[in-house]
Write a protein that binds this ligand. Structure first.
Ligand SMILES: CC/C=C\C/C=C\C[C@@H]1O[C@H]1/C=C/C=C/C=C\C/C=C\CCC(=O)O
Ligand SMILES: N[C@@H](CCC(=O)N[C@@H](CS)C(=O)NCC(=O)O)C(=O)O
Length: 164
């Protein structure tokens, strides 16, 4: 049963490793710029790394929740692809922010878009299950029935073959 969700699990593990990487970057920036806990302010270079890590970890629980919801209720393939792109966007965000605030913006927009896609597909997936369970309405079945009907009306009428 769990094996079926192995791809989502792999993306989640990758995300956790990325969080660990961001934490290690902050530890190293603290050493480099001599900013000892509990201080959170210092040179701009340090503060950018500090904020980048804080912002990424702030969104991590939301990311994990929508990754799994979308993967379980909508499509594991789509959710995993969005998840991998999201992790790539977050890495670019972290690296960009470490260089300058301006360079964080493009990956930030991209990561936000992916998060909203995952949230949207989660909502749609859960809604479809509710409709099926409580209203006995299988939207996907109706939809595929409609598609078959439309496809059928486009095809030329078949000529009955005379069996020999
Ligand atoms: C699925 C997300 C769930 C909860 C979070 C809710 C809202 C947060 C928005 O989705 C995030 C989108 C963020 C997009 C930000 C875009 C631009 C930032 C604006 C200005 C920056 C300008 C600057 O600092 O230079
Ligand atoms: N911790 C965030 C809280 C607000 C928030 O989540 N803002 C979104 C942008 S709308 C964000 O991802 N901010 C991070 C950033 O601007 O780099 C912040 O410091 O800006």
């Amino acid at each position: 049963m769990f094996e079926e969700t192995a791809v989502l699990a792999a993306v989640t593990i990758l995300g956790i490793l990325q969080q660990a990487h961001f934490c290690l970057q902050v530890i190293s920036a603290r050493r480099k710029f001599s900013v000892r806990p509990p201080a959170t302010s210092g040179p701009a270079e340090f503060e950018r790394v500090f904020r980048a890590q804080a912002n990424c970890s702030e969104y991590f629980p939301i990311f994990v929740a929508v990754l799994w919801l979308s993967g379980l209720f909508f499509s594991q393939g789509l959710a995993s692809a969005c998840g991998l792109l999201y992790l790539y966007a977050r890495l670019s965000y972290f690296r960009g922010y470490s260089r300058s605030p301006q360079q964080r913006l493009l990956p930030l927009y991209f990561s936000a878009l992916l998060l909203w896609i995952l949230l949207g597909t989660s909502c749609l997936g859960v809604l479809l299950v509710f409709l099926r369970l409580y209203l006995k309405l299988d939207v996907l079945e109706h939809f595929s029935g409609l598609l078959t009907l439309l496809k059928g009306s486009e095809e030329p009428p078949s000529v009955a073959q005379d069996p020999k």
